[in-house]
Design a protein. Sequence first.
Length: 269
Amino acid sequence: MVPTVNDVIEELFSWAPRQLAEEWDNVGLQVGYPFWPVKRALVALDVTPATLAHALEVRADIVISHHPLIFTPLTRLDLNEATARLLAGFLRHEISVVSMHTNLDSAQGGVSDCLAELLGVGHLEPLLPNPDYADSGLGRIGMLSEAMTMEKFLENLSDSLNRDWLPTAGVVHGRIQRVALCSGSGSSLFAEAVKKGAQAFVSAEIKHNVAREAEARGILVVDAGHFETESPIVHRVDEFLKGKAQEKGWELQTCIFEAEKSPLRLWTR
């Protein structure tokens, strides 16, 4: 049996329900036709010209991304604009695009859970629980299996994310064991991390006032990169789809855009 775009979307929403998405978000089908057949799926973090090129290279029928291609309603399809050109490219080649964004951030086993697993943080609970879905919500807080020094914690974080530089704020003089985290941009959850007794907070795009607050409170805050803290989810989505294909007898192959990289680069003089 060859699944349709709609079949794939339904299974993704069974894991990360649409209702978990933030009000401002746009999840689900971005481009394409719900009843196109899907024999090969490509999983990526972003929808870019490089993603489209790779989808064509591997002959994908669908791209499943974390970040949506369309965030706000389009007023026109002007091919001078980057988003319109991408939309036209996917439609021209009959490749659908489906995005699972903040619903996958909040879902059990979703984006922040992947980061927590990578960092060895267990006994997890949401930083900002969703009132309608048990054990779901934005961010996570939990415990390391063993308390460690700040230096050791940062070394492990650097190794886990394969990132040899980490902007930090705040100094923890004792050992760290209670850790809060939010994959992607999570400064808004810092107050919840403080309230729940976190000694360290790992996220990305940390705001200046949050860094100052961490400095004053003696809490370690780490800006570990938006791309780096979210990219582990692509492997989880790939595993999920492979499992569903086997369970349902789908003729579906999946692959990951392994060459995808953060758009940010470190320039040094």
